[in-house]
Write a protein that binds this ligand. Sequence first.
Ligand SMILES: [Fe+2]
Ligand SMILES: [Fe+2]
Length: 154
Amino acid sequence: MDSLNNLWKPDYLLNIELIDTQHRGFFDICLTANMLCETGRRSKIQLQELIHILYRMRGYAFKHFHTEEALLLDYNYPKLYTHLRLHDQFLASFQVFTEEIHGHFSENKTPDPAVVLTCAEHINEYVVNWWGDHILTADKEFSEFILAQKKRKT
Ligand SMILES: [Fe+2]
Ligand SMILES: [Fe+2]
């Protein structure tokens, strides 16, 4: 897994300011998750801490996808639907994580910190990889389309 300070990379810049800012903001949440994992390797972490981060990621993803999809709609992006489906797949994976956590901890007993850590690591690794790959491929593609459109208008 990435070290604490290099989750965001300059390669992720798309030159669309609002989108770049939001992308970076998401990696800040991933950094918090990464720190939780670091803590979990040294001492016990609580399930509540993981759930809190998971909900922050989920809310932020909703906000970002809404911003991005509105922009793609504005620009009549030809691959809008394909892009939307990729966002939906990400959100669906959150549902899987939520169910996984519920499955582990549904009984009325104190969650095992080692299992909480494994869940946190699994989720964080998936999210960081997905977000990075998505920016470098699908988001990069729409940004090139939008920047070309902007250039044509000037
Ligand atoms: Fe996207
Ligand atoms: Fe994005």
